[in-house]
Design a protein around this ligand. Structure first.
Ligand SMILES: [Zn+2]
Length: 303
């Protein structure tokens, strides 16, 4: 059952937005769930998670006056915190619906332990773990993997530069609120394996976890880079179609042994999220493209 936010909840959310801005975290308003539906009132693929303002993420600010103005206008709005250097934050997003809980256990076993850090429980049963941005190098958004770990981690995404997370006490599509597990904990420094680094990471056990190369033949990897660039450059209206074609073409190469399918999937999903495609839609396009491509295996032709 979905509850309608009370005025007390609404005051809480406005105060929280201003407090985040005062703390140096850039925020902007998102739609919320009202009477069981996304407040955009459309048949929406991203309920309670997409921006209200025209420029969305590009409107994010740490100016408390501007933030107070937004929430005076939309007192019910959910809060987005922009991740990356703008707020000095990177966030690991754990989504149990895509295997995130198992991946987190696996990550924990690889690393012996994970640092204690500011953590939010999402209204959907997941977690956001906040870390300080390692700077000055940009941290890319990733999906199903983390920068310093070669193994795929389904359901574990990284929100870095150009990304955002929904913050407490926003309302999730489920009707439940996001909340801080312990609001007095501060974000820990980003662990080495979250930083963009071409060098191997040696965890406590001494096992090398990072192999910066691999994932396909030189020919396959060149095709992957090309297709990812095409997806990033695709125009609004043609992005999903371009993504599907890229998945098809790379799916043929994966089936021909030129590329690792998991790598293709992760790279395409990362690019899709970066250009703003909704995750569910992007995953579906990638999967259908890869499966269709797999029926026509292709290898590099030798003249
Ligand atoms: Zn909506």
């Amino acid at each position: 059952m979905t509850t309608t936010p009370t005025s007390a909840d609404q005051r809480g959310i406005a105060d929280a937005a201003v407090a985040y801005a005062a703390r140096g975290w850039a925020v902007f308003p998102l739609h919320t769930i009202r009477s069981g539906r996304c407040s955009c009132w459309r048949d929406c693929s991203h309920p309670a998670k997409h921006p209200i303002t025209r420029h969305g993420l590009h409107d994010a600010t740490t100016d408390p006056t501007a933030v107070a103005g937004w929430w005076a206008r939309w007192p019910w709005a959910n809060i987005a915190i922009a991740t990356g250097t703008i707020s000095g934050l990177v966030v690991i997003d754990i989504d149990p619906d895509h295997g995130g809980t198992e991946s987190l256990d696996h990550l924990q076993s690889l690393m012996d332990s994970l640092p204690v850090t500011l953590t939010a429980a999402t209204g959907g049963g997941g977690e956001h773990r906040f870390f300080t941005h390692p700077g000055p190098v940009a941290v890319r958004n990733t999906a199903g993997r983390l920068p310093g770990i070669t193994e795929s981690l389904p359901g574990v995404d990284l929100r870095g530069d150009g990304g955002y997370v929904v913050a407490a006490p926003s309302r999730h599509a489920s009707g439940h609120a996001y909340r801080w597990v312990d609001p007095n904990v501060v974000p820990a420094p980003a662990p080495t394996w979250l930083r963009p680094s071409p060098r191997p990471v040696f965890p406590a056990g001494g096992r090398v976890l990072v192999v910066p190369h691999g994932g396909g033949s030189r020919y396959g990897l060149a095709a992957l880079r090309r297709e990812v660039a095409e997806v990033r450059a695709a125009q609004v209206g043609g992005r999903n179609d371009r993504l599907n074609r890229a998945a098809f073409s790379l799916g043929m190469l994966a089936a021909g042994g030129e590329l690792d399918r998991t790598l293709v999937e992760a790279e395409l999903l990362t690019a899709a999220l970066e250009i703003g495609l909704p995750e569910t839609e992007a995953r579906a396009s990638i999967r259908s493209g890869l499966s269709a491509g797999a029926r026509e295996p292709r290898r590099r032709r030798h003249a």
